[in-house]
Design a protein around this ligand. Structure first.
Ligand SMILES: Nc1ncnc2c1ncn2[C@@H]1O[C@H](COP(=O)(O)OP(=O)(O)O)[C@@H](O)[C@H]1O
Ligand SMILES: [Mg+2]
Length: 342
């Protein structure tokens, strides 16, 4: 790949230093994906401009007009502190006729609304846990047809924000309490789903039209006490000591029949297409005890840190980190945005 001008868009607070010397593990965790991407792009020989963004579009506009990047590498997950505003920034890039990496605005909008995404998947006969939404300011009314145990989460937050062991509820009182916690702490609507016990899988996908899937990844608790609910709470995802205590491991899923493996790859590609995703994404699933695959959610632009599920599963598929970033950039350059048709 030729040397390119790459504008890396990221949250203002996450612009990484040039070296990790002197930073603690938890500080590094905050800006790890930004650091990994910027360093790798530099080592690949690209001309890299990291740009911190918080609540102003004008710096993005200025960088595009004055520096004329070949591609904007999009690591933004929010604008103005609002997660669901990320697609507006991508829309702005399209209006500027700026090629960018990752997902298009429509895919971001659909996938980041868990309720809307599940409605679309249901239309396509893709299994996803039964659910209902409790909007902010409304009281919880459980439809009779939806039975306990249930799992309560935010309709739009990511990264397991707000998910704790108490998110699994077994009666109406606990349900109402948890919904209130989501409303008050996360300030978003709550989505209440049938809780699916069973194995948890992730599948990385990249592509615009032709899709490549990576090996199925599984999160396992190798040391959790018997009977403990095994879900990816925020603590399980982000607290290193806690992960060690519970023996949390994510690695290629073992002991899956060829038939089930093919089925999972197929379902995930259908999810990707149904939600208009492009670039790269990861689909989260659960395999019920009856052997049924339930899609929990799709994550456009998943975490790109080295060593994280997405990059690790790509590596197992033969794409090392640089090859993965190269693929993501190529897909961004090739994406047939509307403006190219005019
Ligand atoms: N319906 C469900 N049944 C079982 N576990 C669930 C369910 N929904 C979410 N979880 C658990 O919570 C985690 C986070 O939920 P997810 O929908 O993937 O949201 P996030 O966007 O925060 O990753 C999942 O990885 C899974 O462990
Ligand atoms: Mg998830």
């Amino acid at each position: 790949m030729n040397k390119l001008r790459v504008l890396v868009l990221m949250h203002e607070a996450l612009v990484p230093p040039d070296s990790l010397d002197g930073y603690t593990e938890s500080q590094i965790l905050d800006f790890k994906s930004e650091y990994d991407v910027v360093q790798a792009l530099k080592r690949m020989g690209h001309d890299v401009l990291p740009l911190g963004v918080s609540d102003e579009l004008s710096p993005i506009r200025r960088a595009i007009v004055e520096w004329q990047p070949a591609i904007a590498f999009n690591l933004l997950e929010e604008f103005h502190g609002v997660g669901v505003y990320d697609h507006h920034v991508v829309s702005f890039l399209e209006l500027m006729r700026q090629p960018y990496t990752g997902c298009n605005p429509r895919g971001l909008l659909l996938a980041h609304d868990k309720s809307l995404a599940k409605k679309i998947l249901t239309y396509h006969r893709i299994h996803t846990p039964r659910f209902f939404v409790v909007p902010m300011g409304r009281v919880t009314r459980r439809p009779k047809s939806i039975q306990f145990p249930l799992l309560v989460k935010s309709v739009s937050e990511e990264a397991s924000l707000g998910i704790t062991d108490a998110s699994i509820v077994a009666d109406d009182a606990a349900l109402a309490k948890r919904v209130t916690a989501v409303h008050e702490e996360l300030r978003t609507d709550a989505i209440v789903e049938a809780y699916i016990p069973g194995r948890e899988f992730y599948l990385g996908i990249c592509g615009n039209r032709r899709l490549t899937t990576f090996p199925i990844w599984e999160m396992r608790f190798t040391k959790a006490p018997e009977g403990r609910p095994q879900i990816a709470t925020a603590r399980v995802k982000w607290d290193h000591a806690y992960q060690q205590e519970l023996g949390v491991k994510t690695e290629a899923a073992k002991n899956l029949s060829d038939e089930l493996t093919a089925k999972i790859h197929n379902i995930c590609k259908r999810v990707y297409r149904a939600l208009s995703l492009n670039g790269y994404a990861r689909v989260d699933m659960r395999l019920s005890e009856q052997g049924e695959v339930f899609v929990l959610e799709a994550n456009p632009n998943p975490n790109l840190s080295r060593g994280e599920d997405f990059a690790e599963s790509a590596r197992q598929a033969g794409l090392d980190y640089r090859a993965l970033l190269r693929r993501i950039i190529r897909l961004g350059l090739a994406y047939p945005a509307e403006w190219r048709r005019v």
